[in-house]
Design a protein around this ligand. Structure first.
Ligand code: ADP
Length: 493
């Protein structure tokens, strides 16, 4: 596994994340348990203190109290408290006689003789108030307790006692919560073990999921590796409802588009070569005729020269069509300015009228007045030129060619119609394809290569518009262009 691979990075992240998550859950659990153990220790201490206070009170009212000797009193108290101390292992009970003037507390009895008074200040406080005072000493080192041994400290209670001789005493109860600490110590190991296990499972699961995702990515990568410029029939695996399948679908769509484009280019080169080969073959044939008979037969010579002239014109026209087609595909060259479509249409019609003067066609232009829109007037003039030229070519002498314009919502509609021969219905869907001619023999007569409409469509598409045709065989054709009227987003002026 490479150090900077996605798998390695996910492994680090998973380890850190799982350790943080599981560690904090374990610590939080330990904290909650130790808090409740501490509360239980406090409760136990206060129960013992209440029991001691009750025992002391009973003693004050009993016959032993009247004996007057502190020793007897202590003995009675000892007997009363013994069951409690036996019950709570590690609890130390001491009866301290209150100090006389200037003296300190004196031990009267203890279940652990020789003990020292832990907190004289709290003992004094209990004496002064006549109420039990309970304090905690030590403990609180939570993290150290988690890492080594639990330490809940000591709970200490001071219970004031009124001795029968008028003197006062204090019962000191020191409760060491060994039982609660041992519960915490016992819980630590399983908690750590469960935490480590959870961390390991989390890391393992992350790795399994990551391994699955990466194996899908690897499949896509291997399939993508097998694609080269010539082999675009590869399909990436798309099975499944996951994101990698979506990625594979998008890549497959991209491959399809590339394949279609590559096929279109191959077809285009083949068609263009074929179109160029025909006039070249014609010229070569007529040159051979000229060589063989040109000197003797002036009639044949003139015919051959006329044919060579015709074929070379055809070649020149094809070259110019190809050039304008290549130019039309350079989208970046499109301008974006405000212009008058009516002026452009009139200019195109005027040009056509001079070129087709012999056909005595009737030319009708758009209505008077400007109709403004945003776009590239030169490119739109080129597209309209192609449509008007076709209308003139495919309309018999004396027919009508018309360009009309109108505004429709935020679009401008331009219609180029003629009263010509029309286009068969089955050909209409194909006429915008390169080199498509609805009737080859007819087009040969008129000298077209089937490139004009594909150029016009490309220009209209690149201008953000649409183009389509309506036609009736024998009565005429109408090409409709719909162009956006307003400034296009992101267009350069
Ligand atoms: P061409 O140079 O052959 O005219 P185009 O791409 O301009 O090539 O047109 C493609 C075909 O569509 C033409 O060969 C012709 O058959 C048909 N066509 C185009 N415009 C018209 C029209 N106004 N009337 C009838 N047929 C048309």
């Amino acid at each position: 596994m490479r150090l900077k691979s996605i798998r390695a990075r996910v492994l680090y992240l998973a380890a850190v994340f799982a350790a943080l998550l599981v560690g904090s859950v374990t610590l939080a659990t330990y904290f909650v348990v130790s808090q409740s153990m501490d509360a239980s220790a406090r409760e136990t201490c206060s129960h013992i203190a209440s029991f001691a206070a009750a025992a002391a009170q009973r003693l004050e009212g009993s016959s032993d109290a009247g004996a007057g000797a502190a020793g007897t009193e202590a003995g009675a108290l000892q007997r009363a408290l013994e069951p409690v101390t036996a019950l709570f292992d590690g609890t130390q009970v001491t009866l301290w006689a209150a100090p006389g003037a200037g003296g300190g507390f004196r031990e009267a009895w203890s279940n652990a003789p020789g003990a020292r008074l832990r907190s004289p200040a709290d003992a004094d406080r209990a004496l002064a108030s006549g109420k039990t005072v309970q304090v905690k000493v030590g403990g609180g080192r939570f993290l150290a307790g988690f890492l080594s041994r639990a330490d809940l400290g000591l709970w200490i209670a001071y219970v004031p006692v009124q001795a029968s001789d008028g003197g006062r005493a204090i019962i000191e109860i020191v409760h060491d919560p060994v039982c609660q600490e041992s519960v915490l110590d016992g819980a630590r190991a399983p908690m750590v073990a469960v935490g480590l296990l959870a961390t390991a499972i989390a890391i393992l699961m992350m790795q399994i999921v990551m391994g699955w995702v990466l194996s899908l990515v690897d499949q896509v990568r291997r399939a993508a590796d097998s694609i080269d410029a010539g082999q675009l029939d590869v399909r990436l695996p798309e099975e499944g409802e996951h994101e990698i399948a979506e990625l594979a679908k998008s890549l497959n769509a991209l491959i399809d588009r590339l394949r279609k484009r590559a096929e279109a280019q191959t077809r285009f080169v083949a068609d263009a070569s074929h179109e160029l080969a025909t006039p070249v073959a014609g010229i070569r044939g007529y040159v051979n005729i000229l060589r063989a008979w040109g000197a003797e037969d002036p009639e044949m010579r003139d015919e051959a020269i006329a044919a060579i002239d015709r074929e070379s014109r055809r070649m020149a026209k094809l070259c110019s069509d190809l050039l304008s087609m290549i130019r039309s595909e350079e989208i970046l060259e499109f301008k974006h300015v405000r212009y008058d479509i009516n002026a452009v249409a009139r200019e195109v019609l005027a040009n056509a009228a001079t070129r087709y003067i012999d056909k005595h066609l009737e030319f009708l232009g758009p209505e008077e007045g400007p109709l403004a829109l945003w776009g590239d007037p030169d490119r739109i003039e080129e597209a309209l030129g192609i449509l008007v030229d076709n209308a003139c070519k495919y309309t018999p002498a004396g027919g009508r060619v018309q360009v009309s314009t109108r505004r429709h919502k935020d679009r401008i509609i331009v219609e180029v119609s003629d009263t010509g021969i029309g286009i068969p219905e089955e050909d209409l869907p194909n006429i915008f394809e390169r080199f498509y001619r609805s009737d080859a023999s007819r087009s040969k007569e008129t000298g077209g290569f089937g490139l004009g409409l594909s150029i016009a469509k490309h220009i209209v598409d690149a201008s953000g518009g649409m183009i389509w045709a309506r036609s009736k065989l024998g009565s005429g054709t109408t090409f409709i262009i719909s162009l956006p009227r307003n400034k296009q987003k992101g267009a350069n002026e």
